[in-house]
Design a protein around this ligand. Structure first.
Ligand code: GLV
Length: 329
């Protein structure tokens, strides 16, 4: 039997599925250190990860490893140049999380715009003595302009929901989406600068790459409306978190909603000191149904990539399909 490592806690029934095909080493504790991950992968043919960094050194120490299946749509934790050089396949879990993640983007955006977390903390602290006419004034959602940066599958799911709020949708993306998608979403392509100037609510749904490190920083906050909100459900590092703290403190923008952070889970401590930001711990895809679907898809990818099951040799979500069938190097 081939050997695999499952580096994260996942639902036990998915582990049972994997055990039909593999000898499973299941790590259920805290996130594995790079050293421990390297050690546990030394004799493995495949691995199921979720955000664990895998680069050249880890691959070199695991000569049998042929596939690493990431239980996430984003795979910036993989050094794909190293995967390609070693002929190791990477896979991810797109699509199954689109709707849950889009729902959550709205939840964060609305919580930020309407100051839900901030006012709740105030109420819990026993500060509510009387109704206040001008207390916790927020920014409207209905009839406002939504600016989506990153119009992939999740961005589109997010934009689709804007219809019910009678919003104007503008978007920025590496390339324009197909005209029929623009028409369906009633979405207008805009330059990043134009979007930042016009949007009442900016939502980030783009993958993290070196090129878009700090796509939103001091210069971008300077272009946004003082009444605007920023929501990040994409990846830490796309936003310069220190510049965001400053923009929130000085009310250069009204509020923010963050699910992802630079250096998470060790976020910039200054974020905890500003009231006009809603902070959640990377849970945008965290519904029971979606996390189960992600684990099952990650298992499907692993099973097929290691030549087992009904899709043997044809994993559903290869990131670097060119290495399929090539000998490990
Ligand atoms: C979560 O962040 C994912 O990339 O799926």
């Amino acid at each position: 039997m081939q050997k695999i490592l499952v580096a994260r806690p996942i639902f036990p029934d998915v582990i049972e599925r994997l055990k039909q095909y593999f000898d499973v080493d299941w790590h259920q504790g805290d996130v594995l250190s790079v050293d421990e991950l390297t050690r546990r992968l030394a004799d493995k043919d495949g691995a199921l990860t979720a955000g664990d960094p895998v680069g050249a050194a880890v691959l070199a120490a695991a000569p049998r490893l042929r596939v690493v299946s990431n239980m996430a749509v984003g795979y910036n934790n993989f050094d794909m140049a190293a995967f390609n050089a070693a002929n190791v396949l990477g896979t991810n879990t797109p699509d199954v999380l689109n709707e849950s993640t889009a729902d959550f983007g709205w939840a964060l955006m609305m919580a930020a715009a309407r100051r839900i977390a901030e006012s709740e903390h105030w109420l819990r602290a026993g500060q509510w003595q009387k109704w206040i006419y001008d207390g916790f004034l927020g920014t409207d959602i209905y009839g406002s302009t939504l600016g989506v940066i990153g119009m992939g599958r999740i961005g589109q799911a997010l934009a689709r929901r804007a219809k019910g709020f009678n919003m104007q949708v503008i978007y920025h993306n590496r390339s324009r989406v197909a005209p029929e998608i623009e028409a369906e979403l009633n979405a207008e392509y805009a330059s990043k600068q134009d979007l930042l100037k016009r949007a009442d609510h900016v939502v980030l749904v783009l993958p993290y790459t070196k090129e878009n490190h700090h796509t939103i920083g001091a210069a971008e906050f300077a272009q946004m409306k003082p009444s605007a909100t920023l929501t990040n459900i994409a990846r830490g590092g796309i936003v310069d978190d220190a510049a965001l703290v400053e923009a929130l403190r000085t009310k250069q923008i009204a509020a923010a909603g963050l699910d992802v952070y630079e250096g998470e889970p060790n976020l910039n401590p200054d974020l905890l000191t500003v009231p006009n930001v809603v902070l959640t711990p990377h849970i945008a895809s965290a519904t029971e149904a979606t996390r189960r679907a992600m684990a099952n898809l990650a298992a499907d990818n692993l099973i097929a990539a290691l030549g087992e099951g009904p899709r043997a040799g044809r994993p559903p979500n290869p990131i670097n399909p060119d290495v399929i069938g090539k000998a490990r190097s």
